[in-house]
Design a binder for this molecule. Structure first.
Ligand code: HEM
Length: 414
């Protein structure tokens, strides 16, 4: 039965409210229980909170497409679509993460070679070496930062390898990515720092593409760039600038998220000494599971967005063509219909699926790198550090309207 859902009077949810930006866990619980499709008329949108509904929309690239998303800038939500959104103009070429097939598919195909399971498997020793080198330097200090000193630098280093950038640039890449993606609620910050950081990263990538174009493929591991250089759209090759835009998306996605999940995992384990002891019993096999449970329990990305191409009923709501949906990722991942005791962190939880890497056409292209890095970063740290404490009072989350994640987390080596 199709229902018309009015805005509830006894409960309010806004993805950009102070409460939702600080800790939306309780709000998500109410949404799942009482308002699985919650109207957000101020954004011409709905918020979907149950696992099955979020999964269904993620999977359905016909009825739900990219328009202003995947991460909304609240300013864009003031614009109403009158019916199905128009196809996005491709000049200038947007990032493949913001458009639909067939161009999204062609660009994704061009980029994916170094991110496939076999290629990623070959990276393992390099990731391990990077992690060990950082720990050699850090552990003797007795205290260091899990994000800025450890996971972040390793993730940025791995991305430098994948992109063909000098590995020494890893700390600078980390700094620039964090500056370029800065968002001060509500919305992206368009100031001199973010603009300069974005431009510096873009120019780094343009430079490496231009060199590679002259040098030609030599089969020595610039697979993402080579894939882009041989991609044609409408019978023409991509420009250096267009390629750099696509590489930027992979570089930024691959630099900032994994270290947040690793830090969160070490925090959750330190709060549960029995679980930490259990993981320590065999780090070589257990860290993979603990990382995956942290993805479900507390991955930072709060929502991705899509726009309906036709009138469609979801969770009892009549969503009209042109309206947006916020897919509330952490809510779906705590849905009691999908997971037993969803609010409990259980390091070796068995689960068939979660939504922390998305689902469908835009499923995270870096999933194998993320899982490899997450596992290795945890494994190496737990091997090297027999006992630790996290200083929560000095752990920081920058204000953001789309993610809740630590970018500073001091760890004390005991
Ligand atoms: C724990 C770490 C990570 C998390 C939580 C995460 C999460 C996600 C999610 C939820 C999506 C789907 C977005 C949507 O549906 O619109 C996505 C897409 C994407 N991710 Fe990740 N990701 C992670 C790691 C990585 C890594 C390591 C890379 C790069 C190597 C990466 C690159 C991307 C890119 C480029 C897309 C867009 C794909 C497309 O639109 O076709 N991510 N990620």
């Amino acid at each position: 039965m199709v229902m018309t859902i009015d805005t509830p009077v006894d409960f309010a949810y806004d993805p950009y409210s102070e409460e939702a930006l600080r800790d939306p866990t309780d709000l998500y619980r109410v949404l799942r229980q009482r308002y699985p499709a919650y109207p957000l008329p101020q954004y011409d949108a709905w918020a979907l909170s149950r696992f099955d509904d979020v999964w269904e929309v993620g999977e359905d690239g016909e009825r739900f497409v990219m328009d202003a998303g995947p991460v909304y800038n609240p300013a864009d939500l003031a614009r109403r679509n009158a019916g199905a959104p128009a196809r996005k103009p491709l000049d200038p070429m947007p990032s493949f993460s913001r458009i639909d097939p067939p161009v999204q598919t062609a660009l994704r195909q061009g980029l994916v070679a170094p991110l496939r399971p076999h290629a990623v498997g070959l990276l393992e020793e390099k990731v391990r070496t990077l992690a060990r080198q950082r720990l050699d330097e850090l552990v003797s200090k007795g205290e260091f930062d899990l994000y800025t000193d450890y996971g972040g630098v390793v993730s940025a280093g791995v991305m430098a390898i994948v992109m063909g950038l000098p590995i020494e640039l890893a700390p600078r890449i980390l700094e620039l990515v964090n500056q370029a993606l800065r968002r001060k609620p509500p919305g992206a910050v368009e100031d001199a720092v973010t603009g300069r950081a974005g431009l510096e990263l873009h120019m780094m990538l343009v430079d490496v593409v231009a060199h590679r174009r002259i040098q030609g493929p030599t089969g020595d591991g610039y697979a993402a760039i080579d894939g882009m250089l041989s991609t044609e759209l409408d019978g023409r090759a991509l420009t250096d600038d267009e390629i750099a835009v696509q590489l930027f998306t992979v570089l930024s996605g691959g630099t900032e998220t994994v270290p947040k999940v690793v830090a969160r995992c070490l925090l959750e384990l330190s709060r549960r000494p029995d679980q930490l002891a259990a993981v320590r019993e065999n780090v070589a096999t257990n860290c993979r599971l603990a990382f995956e449970e942290t993805m479900r329990y507390g991955a930072p990305l709060q929502h991705v967005g899509r726009t309906a191409t036709l009138d469609v009923e979801i969770a009892g709501a009549q969503i009209r063509a042109g309206q947006r949906v916020f897919l509330l990722i952490p809510s779906a991942n705590r849905d009691e219909r999908e997971f037993a005791n969803p609010d409990e962190f259980i390091w070796n939880r068995s689960m068939e699926r979660h939504f922390a890497f998305g689902h469908g056409l835009h499923f995270c292209i870096g999933v194998h790198v993320a899982r490899l890095e997450g596992r290795v970063l945890l494994e190496e740290l737990l091997r090297r550090v027999p006992s630790y404490e996290i200083d929560e009072s000095r752990s920081l989350m920058p204000p953001s309207d789309f993610q809740i994640g630590y970018t500073n987390m001091p760890i004390l080596v005991l």
